[in-house]
Design a protein around this ligand. Structure first.
Ligand code: SF4
Length: 368
């Protein structure tokens, strides 16, 4: 494979033809494919990072209904954006989307640029997302490389370089760049993603049905199961956390706290936990006893409280850690005061709508 010409012309044309033909006949009907405006592709791509497509669909529709264009999104309060994102997880994506919409309005007249370099200057848009918006929405022949494309290319070209290294990434991006056609970049890039999702799957790829089976070097070499070459995933550290659904004694209103704009669960609302989020440093430690916990939370909240029995235990995966959460209920003798480390406090009554607050997936699970 020459660095200047990583794919010979005939092979390139054969791969393009096979994938485009397959895509025309087999692509899924997804909401953002019905009207692939740049804003729609952008929202869909950001939502689809780290979230399954079948989960994304309803959120995508509701989000566009609430924020139909970059101007509406830019003008909305962050809290409303986080509330619309609530349940999708990885809330940094929503904060970046909101910030980027403000830049699009202030610097690009409310229209997303088509140049991948300019797109990459927006918060939350990396090389992959820039390539996806530029190619899918504007037809710019920009390369894309997500997990699906990485796997497909690694197998088609039987790449034995570790795909997580700089050399491996460079090789993959060069192939993606060499393959994207100038006249059908949108369909071709979507075809690669769709092939990776539906045919060239991580386990048990459907090689017999694959439109590129005659062009696949890994299939010929018998190395499909060894491609892509990636390091073994690290197991996230586990940490024990206590979460308490604390209610007012008088009217059972639920205590909610808002996190600061930076850090874990930034700007989201949650019930009090021990340790509080800014002390969750990833080290596993023993949970405090019932008495210790009442004392710690009482000090944190400036009130005395009584804890009830354990309601449930749940496991929750964050990017770099796994939380083992014990959920309990408790009653406050008097109203809590906003503790240090949080930006707001409120008491949510039975008739208030919790969905209108930005709450994380973890908090949803705790409150369920
Ligand atoms: S033949 Fe199999 S391994 Fe090769 S691209 Fe097709 S599905 Fe993937």
């Amino acid at each position: 494979m020459s660095p200047q010409n990583p794919v010979p012309a005939r092979r390139k044309q054969a791969i393009q033809k096979a994938l485009l033909k397959w895509y025309q006949a087999n692509h899924r009907s997804l909401p953002w494919r019905e009207d692939p405006q740049p804003y729609h592709v952008w929202v869909a791509e950001i939502m689809a990072q780290q979230t399954r497509l079948d989960t994304v669909g309803p959120y995508y529709k509701a989000f566009l209904k609430r924020f139909p264009d970059p101007v509406c999104l830019a003008e909305a309060p962050l809290e409303a954006v986080l509330a619309a994102w609530s349940g999708l997880g990885y809330y940094r994506r929503a904060r970046h989307l909101h910030q980027a919409a403000q830049v699009v309005v202030s610097q690009h007249d409310g229209r997303l640029p088509s140049d991948p370099q300019l797109l990459q200057q927006l918060p939350g848009i990396g090389r992959y997302t820039a390539g996806a918006i530029a190619s899918v929405a504007y037809g710019v022949p920009a390369p894309i490389l997500d997990g699906n494309v990485l796997r497909l290319l690694s197998r088609l070209f039987d790449l034995d370089t570790n795909a997580s290294t700089a050399a491996g990434k460079h090789q993959l991006w060069s192939l993606a760049e060499a393959l994207v056609p100038t006249d059908s970049a949108s369909n071709f890039n979507q075809a690669m993603m769709e092939m990776g999702a539906l045919v060239c799957t991580p386990r048990s790829p459907k090689c017999l049905d694959c439109p590129a089976k005659r062009l696949c070097h890994a299939r010929r070499a018998g190395s499909v199961d060894e491609r892509p070459v990636l390091p073994a995933p690290k197991r996230a550290k586990a940490q024990s956390v206590l979460a308490v659904r604390l209610r007012r004694k008088s009217n059972e209103a639920l205590l909610m706290l808002r996190h600061p704009a930076m850090g874990l669960f930034a700007h989201m609302w949650s019930v009090p936990t021990w340790p509080p989020p800014w002390q969750m440093d990833g080290k596993a430690g023993p949970l405090p006893t019932n008495r210790q916990l009442q004392q710690k939370l009482g000090e944190l909240l400036g009130t005395s409280l009584t804890l009830g029995p354990i309601l449930k235990r749940l496991e929750h995966q964050l990017t770099h850690r796994r939380l083992i959460v014990t959920v309990r209920e408790g009653v406050m003798e008097s109203d809590a005061v906003k503790p240090e480390g949080y930006t707001a406090i409120r008491f949510v009554g039975k008739n208030d709508k919790l969905e209108q607050l930005g709450i994380s997936t973890l908090t949803r699970r705790i409150l369920k």
